[in-house]
Design a binder for this molecule. Sequence first.
Ligand SMILES: [Zn+2]
Length: 451
Amino acid sequence: MIVAKPMIRLTCLCFLAMPALAAWEAGAAKVDITPTEPVPLAGYGGKTRMSSRVLHPIWLKALALRDETGATSVLVTADLVGLSTKMVDIIAGRARARHGIPRERLILNYSHNHSCPVTEDVLWLYYDLTPGERAARDRYTARLYGQYEQVIGEAIGNLAPAELWFEQGLAGFAVNRRRSRPGGRKLGGQVDHDVPVIAVRSGGALRAVAFGYSCHTTALSGETVNGDYAGFAQLEIERSHPGTTALFVQNCGGDANPLPRIMRSNDPPAIQLTEMYGRILAEAVRQVLERPMKPLAGPLRPAYGQTEIFFQKGPTAAELDRELAGARDMRKREIQHLLDVYRRHGKLPDRYHYPVQVWRFGDSLTFIALTGETVADYCLRFKAAYGWDHTWVAGYNNDLLSYVPSLRVLREGDYEGTTGMAEYGHPAPYTFSVEEQIAQQVDELVARTRP
Ligand SMILES: [Zn+2]
C-alpha cells in the first residue's frame, strides 16, 4: 500500500511530462573517401608524408533532417583536416544547385584528421609538393567534390520518418596541449570533455548517431591513411550498432590533444593507443544511448551570418624582404606569400570575414557551428550562456582559416594564440576584440532563431 501510491503517481507524472515527438524525417549516408593511390598526407608541416597503406577507410557522412515544415537541413562530417573557402563555396554551391539546400541549412564539419590526403589549397603553405604530388592532390580533390555531392544526395534520398534524441556524456582523454609544452605549465589549461550525442531512431532502431568531442585528431602522424581516434570511434559505434551511421563532429579542440601520444605512428603501440582513445569515446556514446535521452523538438530554425575579425598590424614589405634573405622552408613560403600580397594589393589585409551558423531545434537544442580551429573557451562560454544541457558548440566548420583564440589564449600568446597565424598565410595575430566579435555574432543568430 505504501509503495503502490507513489508508483502510480510517478507513472502518471512521467506520462504527462513526456513531450509530443516532433514529426521528423531523417536520412543518413556515407561515402568512402579513402585515396586510391599514394597521396601526400595533410596536417603536419615539414617533410612530405606520402601515404604507404590504409589502416582503415576514411569517410564523408551526411545526416539530412526534414522538419514538420518540410524544410531539409544537412550536416556533413568528414575525416578530413579541413576545407578552404574555395572548397566550401564549391560544395555549398553544388548542394544548393543540385539538391536545393540553402547555405544556412548546410553545415560542413571536419574532424581535423591529420592522416588524410592534402586537398586543394587547405594549409597550402605547409607543403612543398613535387609536380607529381600536386597532381595526386588535384585528382583526389576533384573526386572529393563529386563525393560531397553524392553523400548529400544520398542522405536526402534516404529520408524517412524518425525520432531525434539528444543527451551528453563525458570522455577524458583530451588534454590542454598548451600546458604540455615547455613553459606551458602555468597556462590556464581549459578543456571541454563533453560528448554531445544526437540519436536518430526509427521504430526503436538506431539509424544514425552524431556525436562530438573537443580534441585534435592527432594521435597518429605516420604514413597510413586513417581517421585517427575519431575514425576508430566511428568504426566501433557502427560495429556495435549494425545498420547505424556514426558521424563524428569536431567541437572546440583547437588547444587539445589526445594525450599521451606516441608520435612514431606506424608502430603498433601508437595505433593501439589511438584505437583505445576511439573506444573510450565510443563507450561514452554507448552509455548516452543506453540512458534516457531528451526528444528534439522542431522546427529546425537555421541562421547564417558573418562577422569581421581583425588582424593586428603586420610587417612592412621592407621588413619581410630583410627576413626573406635568411628564411628557409615553411617560413620562406610564408614570407613569400605576404610579399606576393603586397605586390598584388599594395597592402596586407586587416580583417577576415568569419562565418557563424546556428541551428535551433524548437526549444530543445541550440547547435552553434563556429569556423576554424576554435579553442575550448568558446565551447565553455556559449554553453554557459545558452544552457549547459541544451547547447552543442561545434568548431571546425566551413573554412580552416586559422586557430581562433579566445581573448585569454590570445593574451597568453604561443602557438594557438599568436605564432600559428603565419602558417595560415595571415599577416599577424587577431586583435583583442576577436572573441567579442564572434560572441556578438553568435548572440545575434541565437536571437534570430528563437521560437
Ligand atoms: Zn590544428
